[in-house]
Design a protein around this ligand. Structure first.
Ligand SMILES: [Fe+2]
Ligand SMILES: [Fe+2]
Length: 229
């Protein structure tokens, strides 16, 4: 497991819960009608097809980023508002909330991402919730994961831990997705070119180049990206 991810998993104090979380991350499978669905490797999986983290390794980055945001929100609840929050539940739910995405995507020959046959019939939220129930997770973790799409999902967050999981997820998805959108827009606006697949690193560099050096900066940055490919 990648080091930054492992460091976050290791912050789960309850050993039994930590072991279960590791197992979901390393072995995100589901059995339906005796067929075991496995999906892409964690490294190859995006966290979204177009909207956010739409590149391989996107899911790992989203897991690391959203869990880091979630921990900062726990700090705010405790230190600023003097509230109580269970960090084990927050971390467990945030780390596994999108763990079934590898099963819902497939890679095309040209490297683009498509929806897998399983993904055509089941969404990642329903898949992970079913699997968390089967793997005997606590109701509080299951609730936080079920509620991670907020009002757009099957149930709204009803606990502080679930609210944090939802906010951390949507904050990172927005940070990443808006930056990718901005970079694609700048490529069209400054270069009259379609960007194709961009990583978040490239998108942040393109936006920064525009804000510091204008369209000239975007052109230079794009040349740098192309030369590295
Ligand atoms: Fe999700
Ligand atoms: Fe997510």
């Amino acid at each position: 497991m990648r080091k930054e991810l492992k460091n976050l998993v290791d912050k789960i104090k309850d050993q039994r819960l930590r072991k279960k979380v590791v197992d979901v991350i390393e072995n995100p499978t589901i059995k339906i009608e005796k067929i075991k669905y496995k999906g892409l490797s964690l490294e190859a999986t995006p966290a979204g097809k177009t909207r956010h983290h739409a590149y391989s390794e996107g899911l790992i980055q989203h897991m690391i980023a959203s869990s880091t945001i979630a921990l900062s929100l726990c700090d705010i609840v405790e230190k600023v508002y003097h509230g109580r929050v269970n960090r084990d539940i927050v971390l467990a739910s945030t780390l596994v909330h999108d763990s079934m995405k590898p099963l819902t995507y497939a890679v095309e020959e040209n490297g683009s991402f498509e929806v897998s046959p399983l993904g055509e019939k089941m969404d990642h939220l329903t898949l992970i919730v079913s699997e968390l129930i089967r793997r005997d997770f606590s109701l509080d973790v299951i609730h936080a994961v079920t509620a991670h799409h907020g009002r757009a999902g099957p149930i709204s967050p009803r606990t502080i831990e679930a609210l944090i999981c939802f906010l951390a997820d949507s904050t990172d998805a927005t940070l990443n997705g808006e930056t990718l959108n901005a970079a694609r827009f700048l490529m069209r606006d400054c270069l009259r070119e379609e960007a194709g697949q961009l990583t978040a690193e490239q998108a942040f560099a393109i936006v920064y180049a525009k804000q510091t050096k204008g369209c000239e900066g975007v052109k230079e940055e794009f040349k740098r990206i192309r030369n590295k490919e």
